[in-house]
Structures are given as structure tokens and as C-alpha cells.
Design a protein around this ligand. Structure first.
Ligand code: MLT
Length: 238
């Protein structure tokens, strides 16, 4: 029976790189990169290229791509789009290719490139993620993007939610995953209320973007399954 491990920060990723080519990675950045990526594909985006720097995203505009950049929770000056799911309406992204850089999420995706599969996980597509993980039936790494290598509540809570749903089919012996499940159980009955204490939610309040939180907590609003492969993200049929 395959197992589940949870990486609570990119700073710990190197401890899991051995035989990563045989593992399925779910990249998790609930507030907001992986949520936003799911919204973009649900609204018709064709491809999302995660890049390291805002200037790399800007350069893709010459090829007709949308350039989107976020740093420290805010849209980078000079860019029309940042990392709010509200920026990615069908009107703006349908049929388009997007070059995106964010503080944490796009970096975690790039770090995962050697994995067997790399899927983009959010509450919005939770069942699609579980279906893919069950179907492929290989070891799982739940990779929390965190905040600048620090632990955050929302990503680990989501990892706990996934692990709990998969606990009958996967071995869970990893303390980080066991803790993630307990954290999810502490929050599950009032997720938005529990996350009022989260550092990133308080950052949202100071930036007056707290309305993103409700969007990021909508469970199974799409069956889209974004897959990161050959350096870019595409909607994989569930
Ligand atoms: C990210 O998604 O990389 C960060 O969590 C920043 C954000 O979108 O607020």
C-alpha cells in the first residue's frame, strides 16, 4: 500500500527529493496560487507558465500571453493581474495563455518538476485531486507552499483534509501528515472562522482583499485537474 507524506514548508523539500520520480506531488497554496490556477482553468485558460521573476512574466506578453505577478500578497506594480482568483474571470482568461509568478506557489511548482506527477490542489478541485491520486496509486507528497518558507495554517489544513479522505487507501505514518489531519479536524466545522487567526488572512485584511478567502474555501466547485508537466501547467481531463 502506498503512503502519504506532508511537506509543511519548501525549506524541508530537500528531505523528500530522494526517489521523487516515483511519487505524486500535490502542490498546495490555498491562499492563493493553487486556488487561482484552478479558477483560471475553470474559466477557460489554456496554459499557465509558472515563472520565477515578474520580468519573466512580462517578457511573455510579446508572445500574446497574459502576464500576472504577485509579491507579498499584492499585484506587482505595472501588472494588470496579480494572484487574486477574482482577477481570472472568463472574460479575461478564456482561451488565453498566462505567465504567472507568485511569492510561494509558483516556486513550489518549479521545485516539484521531477516528480512522477505534479498536480495543483485546492479546495475547489479536492475530489478531482483525490480521484487522480487514488487512480494512480503511488506514494504521495502533499507539498505546502507556506509563506516564504514558513509554515502556514491553510496549506497544512488542506493537506490534512486530503490525507483524511485518502486514509483508507494509503499508509499514514508521517507525523506531519498526522498533525495535518488533526489540524483539519480542528478547523473543518468552521474553516473561515478558524482561519481568521491565520497570518495570511490578517495580511489580506491589511491589504483589503479579505473577499478572496471565501472563494479559496469553496469545496469542489470544479472538477478541473491542473497538471504541471514540461515546465508548464495544463488542464488534465479528470
Ligand atoms: C502565493 O500564492 O504564492 C502567496 O501565497 C501569495 C498570495 O497569493 O497572497
Amino acid at each position: 500500500m502506498p503512503n502519504i507524506e506532508t511537506i509543511i514548508s519548501p525549506a524541508l523539500f530537500h528531505l523528500h527529493e530522494e526517489d521523487i520520480e516515483h511519487k505524486n506531488v500535490v502542490v498546495i497554496d490555498i491562499l492563493r496560487a493553487t486556488t487561482t490556477i484552478c479558477v483560471a482553468f475553470a474559466n477557460g485558460a489554456k496554459e499557465i507558465l509558472p515563472v520565477s521573476k515578474p520580468e519573466d512574466a512580462a517578457a511573455m506578453q510579446q508572445l500574446g500571453w497574459i502576464a500576472a505577478a504577485e509579491r507579498h500578497g499584492e499585484t506587482v506594480p505595472g501588472f494588470d493581474m496579480g494572484n487574486s482568483p477574482q482577477d481570472y474571470s472568463a472574460e479575461r482568461v478564456n482561451g488565453r495563455k498566462i505567465a504567472l509568478t507568485t511569492t510561494n506557489g509558483t516556486r513550489a511548482l518549479q521545485m516539484s518538476k521531477s516528480a512522477r506527477n505534479v498536480w495543483v490542489g485546492s479546495f475547489l478541485n479536492m475530489d478531482a485531486i483525490c480521484k487522480a491520486l487514488l487512480s494512480d496509486n503511488h506514494d504521495i507528497l502533499l507539498f505546502c507552499a507556506g509563506w516564504k518558507d514558513k509554515f502556514n495554517l491553510e496549506d497544512t489544513i488542506y493537506a490534512g483534509a486530503l490525507a483524511r479522505k485518502l486514509s483508507a487507501q494509503f499508509i499514514i505514518e508521517d507525523d506531519a501528515t498526522l498533525a495535518a489531519i488533526d489540524l483539519y479536524m480542528a478547523a473543518e466545522n468552521n474553516m473561515a472562522g478558524y482561519l481568521q487567526k491565520a497570518s495570511h488572512v490578517n495580511r489580506f485584511k491589511s491589504l483589503h482583499i479579505e473577499s478572496d478567502l471565501d472563494i479559496c474555501l469553496k469545496t469542489n466547485s470544479t472538477d478541473i485537474l491542473p497538471v504541471f508537466t514540461n515546465g508548464s501547467i495544463y488542464p488534465q481531463n479528470p
